[in-house]
Design a protein around this ligand. Sequence first.
Ligand code: ADP
Ligand code: NA
Length: 332
Amino acid sequence: MRVISGIQTTGNLHLGNYLGAIKQWVAMQDAAEKDGGDCLFFLADLHALTGNITPADLANATIEMAATLLAAGIDDRSILFNQARVPAHAELCWILQGTARMGWLNRMTQWKDKAGKNRDSASVGLFTYPVLQAADILVYQATHVPVGEDQKQHLELTRDIAAKFNTDFGVELFPLPEPLISKAAPRIMSLRDGTAKMSKSDPSDMTRINLIDDDDTIAQKFRKARTDAEPLPDSFDALAERAEAKNLVTIYAALSDRPPQAVVEEYAGQGFGAFKPALADLAVSVLSPIRQRLTELLNDRAEVGVQLAKGAERAQALAAPTLKAAKEAVGL
Ligand code: ADP
Ligand code: NA
């Protein structure tokens, strides 16, 4: 089993990113170690070029995202690197552009959504982005790809490209990668309003728990979180209509690796005057060590660069034989 996952390089990560994504990658790393598989995690800096970028922001976001992953527990058991440092991605992407069909890419809903009515002014890269995704996966002969709902169609496309390449050139080079359905990631809502997602896209949300926040700030944000006056029930399902309460229980459960039902049972009958301080303590105990490591790494960006260079070397070594075989298959 070889798992690969790409990560957008965006700065200023928050609790939603941690519980909804980063923590899942750490779990994948642990599972891969147990089952004897490999995990590759890459920062998708080549993909970033398909949108509007500010060069300095891109470079910073790549280092900050890498630092965050390292701080959260991604280590040498996995291969962590940025895409741009492993030229095999771009090389295989070009080869696969000969295999992918216009009609296939035209059907991608993400392309339709992102380009909207302004197709003529969209970058060519935005259109061919899914071919680079196919290369990201196939260059490692990855067997499994964790995918959210929004990426399912792109993984299907990767399978189509792999199958057509194998058929066209009479090789059995690319395995058809399978989606990896992990335990559903929790969706964390804003502490200001339990019906809006916690997101960096809302700069006005001062309640967002940023991974860089200090302990007091985290505790204070939880103490001030919006709730209602009812005590906690003994069933999680009974919180369906209480968005803020449900969100706080969801966060507690995710931070403590327990089912939400177990959390409500423990606090049943208690009000938020008791629950919020307990949640604040728990959050600080989980996030404080991550922030400390993150702060150290952000003060030593060169070290993060060294880690990424090591990861890139390992990734390139894994990719090289596949790229060579692909070139031979097409007669290069
Ligand atoms: P943002 O909404 O802050 O811009 P992104 O869209 O960059 O976050 O998402 C990065 C990753 O973090 C994705 O895997 C996404 O599913 C996850 N994620 C983002 N916000 C949340 C949230 N509030 N709850 C759970 N997961 C989230
Ligand atoms: Na976003």
